[in-house]
Design a binder for this molecule. Structure first.
Ligand code: SIN
Ligand code: CO
Length: 401
């Protein structure tokens, strides 16, 4: 007996557009079944597609100072890719080879009202989710290489043909090549391939590996979405909230007791901090809060940064200096503090963390000039060397009388 297909298995990856439904289905169905979920190839999405601009217009735009343009070129024999940022001029274009390059111009909808009209069929999406229309002109073999984007994109073929390959496997490899500033995928194994003709459109949700290679000269319109990262949202929200907070709301410790170990960011300090930050601190563990605060407070209100020494000190030099009675001086602009972490401590020096033992953290924060009570063991040597070579500590030899 044949098993009934799961509803999602029954969804086609390829459909035909109609005059009424450019996506080959009502917008509501597209949103439920495909949007942010799975790719969709729509043949004849725009059956009577009229090209709003051609490669010459695009080349002209790429010569404007204000337009964001780039040229990606592939060296097929060496399997390398190069990127050049615009603006370009006629000589740049005249010097290009016959094949294996593409010109891409961002935000063409802002420059050209005819291109902006291509957004009309996408009115079923909130307008603020739409970022821009990027237009690319590629010569035969041109493309930007296999990659995955962070945003949803509708790749509308405008002129000529382009061969698209995509990998829809949920565990598709995402490792990047290390030899290119373009974020190219190291391993790309397509599961689906199509050649798109003018008016055909490929929808890709974020993260789907894809590669579009021009089959002869072609123009592609990428209708790209905008989705702020959680980091961007949080940063802006924090700034927004902070702007309205009274200056008098600050860290306060009327309950302070004499510090048993100077420099320690202790439990009481972390509790006061968590109270002051309220629900913003809630997602953080105690260690995460301490680690952020240690770094923050040792940078806070610092007008200067310490510079590393001109010559790095070696372990041998450190041991020799200590053996002849040298002391360690903290750089006057280095601020030290420490916090307990499982099995030891983290020392913060002007924002930088250094893992060390509790006793070492205590000792390093105990004074600005330090005398070593006994020769340091290897892990203590590592910490001292790191602090010396980052400029926070300096070896000072005892003056001979
Ligand atoms: C293009 O080359 O036009 C599209 C680039 C992309 O795959 O995002
Ligand atoms: Co892409």
């Amino acid at each position: 007996m044949n098993a009934r297909p799961r509803p999602d298995q029954a969804l086609p990856i390829e459909v035909h557009g109609t005059a009424r439904h450019p996506l080959g289905m009502p917008a509501a169905r597209f949103l439920t079944s495909y949007w942010q979920k799975r790719p969709l190839l729509v043949r004849h999405a725009f059956a009577h597609f009229e090209l709003p601009l051609d490669e010459n217009d695009l080349g002209g735009l790429a010569c404007e100072d204000m337009a964001l343009s780039r040229i990606v070129m592939r060296d097929r024999d060496a399997d390398t890719w190069s990127l050049r940022q615009g603006p370009f001029d006629e000589h740049d274009f005249a010097a290009l080879p016959d094949r294996d390059w593409t010109l891409l111009v961002q935000d063409v909808d802002k420059w050209d009202p005819d291109v902006a009209r291509l957004l009309d069929p996408f009115r079923f999406l909130p307008s603020w989710r739409v970022d821009d229309i990027m237009v690319s002109h590629a010569e035969d073999g041109g493309g930007v290489g296999p990659h995955a984007d962070q945003y949803d994109v509708f790749l509308l073929q405008g002129k000529g043909r382009r061969h698209w390959s995509i990998d829809i496997r949920p565990d598709a490899p995402q490792t990047l090549r290390e030899d290119s500033e373009l974020k190219l995928l190291r391993d790309f194994e397509p599961t689906h391939q199509w050649t798109l003709e003018p008016g055909d459109m490929l929808y890709l949700p974020p993260g789907i590996p894809h590669d579009g290679v021009a089959v002869g000269p072609c123009l592609t319109f990428s209708i790209g979405m905008r989705a702020p990262s959680q980091a961007e949202l949080l940063l802006d929200l924090a700034e927004h909230i902070a702007a309205a907070l009274p200056e008098a709301y600050r860290y306060a410790d009327p309950d302070l007791r004499p510090a048993p170990a100077p420099g320690e960011i202790d439990e009481a300090a972390l509790n006061r901090l968590a109270k002051r930050l309220g629900h913003f601190a809630q997602p953080l563990s105690r260690d995460e809060l301490a680690s952020w605060f240690g770094s923050f407070i040792t940078r806070y209100r610092m007008a200067q940064q310490v510079a590393p020494p001109a010559r790095r000190k070696s372990r041998k030099q450190l041991l020799q200096a200590l053996a002849t009675g040298a002391t360690l001086m903290r750089h006057p602009w280095s601020r030290f503090a420490w916090t307990r972490r499982r099995g030891g401590a983290t020392l913060f020096a002007s924002g930088q963390p250094y893992a060390c033992t509790l006793s070492m953290a205590r000792w390093l924060c105990s004074d600005r000039t330090l005398h070593l009570p006994k020769p340091p063991d290897e892990s203590a040597q590592d910490v001292l060397l790191a602090l010396i070579n980052d400029g926070h500590l300096a070896l000072k030899r005892e003056r001979k009388r």
